[in-house]
Write a protein that binds this ligand. Structure first.
Ligand code: ADP
Ligand code: MG
Ligand code: MG
Length: 910
């Protein structure tokens, strides 16, 4: 009951150049509602209406329908009255009817994930009144059949029963079209539309056993509840989880006077973008349909026409593409309705300047009058995000700080994916042409259903058109191909939002879901066949096409420069090979935070010597085998030092349990026995001795170096010799030797002594010296607690948060996969703690470790080298706890650099 008492106002009105809300009230009014209010207040023509707040959604989820409807009744009735006054029409009236739309809208935009109902307020009497009032019977019945169809789907649940089923209403439409021998909705006669309404209602009665509701107020209350319910629909929940939005945000409901794009040839509807959402280029663009209502454009049922004539090379290319496709994409709105276009052009400029960001707008033209129905910061690809941010600085609209804070670091990942190799493209066989809806390169095997994308490692989802239900599959697919839909279709918008390569509107494809096949270019393709998509040109290519590493130049480079300007915490990389090290260095890594030496032992010629070492019975035998490994390891280190050119390199001594290095198949065991001239049985005994019940908590890390100090000795020698060799060549090397898995002070001291003594010996031998440091990985909870003691001897700490998370939670990383998904689904854990650092628990240990370590040694160098080092929220945590650097995999380095800069900027704002 508490919720109820706290809420003072549940409904906010807008319209007639006034509004009770504004764009800052997104949490309360949802993004759509807040922006409708703002637009209305700044004088943009928005149909009047009102927003029921997100608080009411939360209230509904807590208290149920009855109480909530009672709570909003008076306010809604009053708000409807004010809309009636502005529109000079009456809701439910059969002489002069007002129709409403009921639209969802959460605080962040979730395109198509929730529901909307248009043309609400119609019934058999009202439709007659509407026909008479507008003197347009066809329009009235077209609106009515759309209403029954949408309301039936959204509120009454008239949806396909299975995935190969078609929509029950679409089936009725298709049947009628076939019977009448027509193709387009616009070809229906008034009688056809009347028949459709009749048949739709019959289908509702047949399936649900009850009549379609005819009372407009009943329709309204039920639609409001249905929109609230759509917040907890399957699609919305998936989308929320994907982006980490909490369930208690809720959606607002926007109720708004209808304006009609379906009143004839001087009416229409469209979607437009103030810049190119694919590339970021500053070109106004969009699509529209004549004589249609909003949902027709996004649903991709008819391929729409362009809003602008040609703006740029990319759009000129696009024009050629669409001409080739012989889709009737022209005339553009600019040519067909120049005055409307000018007005729209004015609003798009105004809105972009007002919001200081690229806008995605919806508009409707009713008998020559323009209405704006929505504006929001447009979804865009990673490339567009970067270009727009930099351009907006240049245009003086936003500051460098603002631009940097707007970058979603994770989206930079898209720019780091491979692109088609131009040489391979020359020989590519193009089987069809579609629209370049979302740039990128994708090669994969065809699947026709979103829930089957996981069948192959690389899938291309091929659909006639996509629907919001397909989101999960679209996200998993390498690329998306649709036969219908334009550049603003659902598939295109969603694909750009998630940075997925997408080609839409490839009309030449004949897709047969039942047969799981598609026919194109004289050939039948089946599920599992390979194709490639070029999302930048719209080309669909037979088979696989080779790819290459991307180059990071232009605006991407500018963003990185900006990041460096504001970042104080450094970014290093985790790299085990010279190749990884130099990739990371090109991405701006300022050193190596973790080189794992064990990977070097797995290569063919090395694993043998390694196994000899492991199976040797005596120190002497082990030293002999280690001597074989020494030169190889030294060479590895030389390569890595060279790649890093004097930047610091942290090398971790051998860490994994030894049984990971021995074979387990009989044949290999036999080979090994022969090579070592010992019996198969004794090899078997040795190998089984190495087995452990819980190797993750077993004989590994510095525990190995304690039992076998000769391993530490050999590795130290390899590191020091490598550095000395390079010194002779005039290349500086800065090794930082890191002891893994330390839990007690004496463990550290024992290893440190071995390291320092070995180094001294090598310095003696060579009569030369280099600087090096000895530190430890902090990954056992106990180490964080005695960090003040360890810091007496350690030169640096590097938090190994993978193991630290494992041991703090008591989750074995090897087995957590069995239950973590359940924990996430049930909301017991908000994130996978191995991906996003658990600040509440593990974070406390990190904090204690740093504070205690620095209480002994104020300048103690501290970093992180777990997977978390490349995850933006964890990077911010590291910054806030005073770390000197984060270290992450090479491809995450640019992401971590931006995250580090953002953390520094946010700290100055607070
Ligand atoms: P979504 O969030 O899925 O885009 P919307 O609520 O924006 O859903 O509505 C879907 C479509 O219906 C859009 O094209 C929108 O422009 C159109 N629409 C919504 N309300 C009205 C209205 N009052 N008059 C005319 N068209 C509308
Ligand atoms: Mg919309
Ligand atoms: Mg570890």
């Amino acid at each position: 009951m508490e919720v109820v008492e706290k809420i003072k106002k549940r409904v906010y009105t807008f319209g007639n150049k006034k509004a009770e809300g504004n764009s800052k009230m997104k949490n309360l009014l949802g993004g759509k509602g807040a922006n409708l209010a703002e637009m209305s207040a700044i004088g943009i023509p928005v149909p009047p209406g009102f927003t029921i707040t997100t608080e009411v959604c939360t209230e509904y989820n807590a208290l149920g329908k009855g109480i909530v409807l009672a709570n909003i009744k008076k306010e809604v009735e009053k708000a409807v009255l004010s809309v009636e006054k502005i529109m000079k029409a009456k809701f439910g009236d059969s002489e002069n009817p007002l129709l409403l739309s009921v639209r969802s809208g959460a605080r962040v935009s979730m395109p198509g994930m929730m529901d909307t109902v248009l043309n609400l307020g119609l019934n058999d009497k009202v439709v007659a009144g509407l026909a008479k009032k507008t003197n347009n019977e066809r329009f009235a019945w077209d609106s009515y059949r759309r209403f029954v169809q949408m309301y039936g789907g959204v509120v009454l649940g008239m949806k396909p029963k299975s995935k190969t089923d078609i929509d029950p209403f679409e089936e009725i439409i298709e049947n009628l079209k076939e019977k009448r021998g027509i193709q387009l909705d616009t070809e229906f006669t008034v009688q056809d539309l009347k028949d459709l309404v009749f048949d739709f209602k019959k289908a509702v009665y047949h399936r649900l056993g009850k009549e379609f509701p005819s009372n407009p107020w009943d329709q309204l209350w039920m639609a409001i509840i249905a929109v609230f319910d759509s917040w907890n629909g399957k699609r919305a929940i998936y989308y929320r989880n994907m982006h980490g939005y909490p369930a208690d945000w809720g959606t607002a409901v926007n109720v708004q006077a209808m304006v009609f794009g379906n009143m004839g040839l001087n009416s229409g509807t469209g979607v437009c973008f103030t810049r190119d959402a694919g590339t970021g280029e500053d070109v106004f663009n969009g699509e529209y349909l004549i004589n249609a209502q909003g949902e027709d454009v996004v649903a991709g049922v008819r391929t729409p026409q362009q809003v602008t004539k040609l703006g740029s090379q990319r759009w000129a290319d696009l024009a050629q593409v669409t001409e080739k496709l012989r889709i009737n994409n022209y005339p553009s709105l600019e040519e067909l309705m120049p005055e409307i276009f000018d007005e729209l052009n004015e609003y798009q400029q105004l809105l972009e300047e007002h919001y200081k960001d690229m806008q995605d707008m919806e508009f409707t033209i009713q008998e020559g009058k323009l209405w704006i129905l929505q504006t929001r910061n447009g979804k865009r690809t990673g490339a567009a995000m970067v270009k727009i941010a930099i351009d907006l600085i240049k245009e003086g609209l936003i500051s460098e700080e603002e631009a940097l804070l707007r970058i979603d670091p994770n989206k930079l990942d898209e720019l780091l994916h491979p692109v088609f190799d131009p040489n391979a493209l020359k020989d590519a066989h193009i089987i069809a042409q579609g629209l370049p809806a979302s740039p990128g390169a994708a090669t994969g095997q065809i699947v026709f259903f979103a829930d089957e994308v996981a069948k192959y490692k690389n899938s291309i989802l091929v659909r006639i058109e996509t629907s919001p239900e397909d989101l999960e599959g679209m996200n998993l697919a390498k690329g998306i191909l649709t036969a219908r839909g334009g550049m603003t279709s659902h598939a295109a918008v969603v694909a750009r939002g998630i940075g997925k390569c997408c080609v839409s509107g490839a009309g030449a494809l004949k897709i047969d879901y039942k047969d799981r096949s598609m026919f194109v270019d004289g050939k039948e393709y089946h599920e599992g066949d390979w194709i490639s998509l070029n999302g930048s040109t719209g080309n669909i290519i037979d088979g696989k096409v080779a790819t290459k590493e991307p180059e990071l130049t232009g605006e991407f480079g500018d963003i990185m420069e900006l990041a460096d300007k504001f970042a104080t915490m450094k970014v290093r990389t985790n790299a085990d090979t010279p190749k990884d090290a130099s990739i990371a260095k090109n991405f701006g890594a300022e050193g190596i935070g973790l080189t794992r030496t064990e990977h070097m032992f797995f290569e063919v010629d090395r694993i043998k010597a390694m196994r000899e070492m492991i199976l040797a019975d005596t120190v002497k035998g082990r030293k002999l085998a280690l001597a074989k490994l020494l030169p190889m390891q030294r060479e590895d280190f030389e390569g890595i030092f060279k790649a890093m050119q004097g930047l610091p390199v942290t090398i971790r001594l051998l860490d994994p349990p030894l049984h990971e290095f021995v074979p387990h198949q009989l044949a290999t065991l036999k080979e090994l026995a022969d090579e070592m001239h010992i019996s198969l049985d004794s090899v078997k005994v040795k190998v089984s001795e190495l087995e452990e019940f819980n190797p993750m908590l077993g004989h590994r890390g510095c525990r190995l170096g304690t039992t076998y100090p000769e391993i530490t000795e050999m590795q130290t020698r390899a590191i020091i010799e490598a550095a000395l060799n390079l010194k002779k060549e005039g290349i500086e090397a800065k090794p930082e030797i890191m002891i893994p898995l330390v839990g007690t002070f004496d463990e550290f001291v024992f290893q440190e002594n071995v390291i320092r003594e070995t180094a001294e010996t090598v310095f003696e031998e060579r009569q030369d010296k280099i600087d090096f440091s000895v530190g430890t990985m902090i990954e056992v909870p106990r180490a964080t607690l005695i960090a003040d003691k360890i810091a007496e001897r350690a030169d640096f700490f590097s938090f190994g948060t993978n193991d630290l998370t494992q041991m703090t939670y008591g989750y074995s990383r090897d087995d957590a996969g069995k239950f973590l998904p359940d924990y996430l689904e049930k909301g017991i854990l908000k994130n996978d703690p191995f991906e996003v650092l658990d600040q509440e628990g593990v974070g406390q240990l990190v904090h204690i470790g740093i504070t205690r370590g620095r209480s002994t040694k104020p300048n103690l160098k501290v970093g992180i080298c777990g997977e978390h080092g490349g995850e933006p929220s964890s990077v911010a945590f590291c910054y806030n706890n005073g770390m000197d650097y984060v270290s992450c995999s090479p491809y995450r380095v640019p992401i971590a650099r931006v995250a580090s800069a953002q953390a520094a900027l946010k700290a100055t704002l607070n």
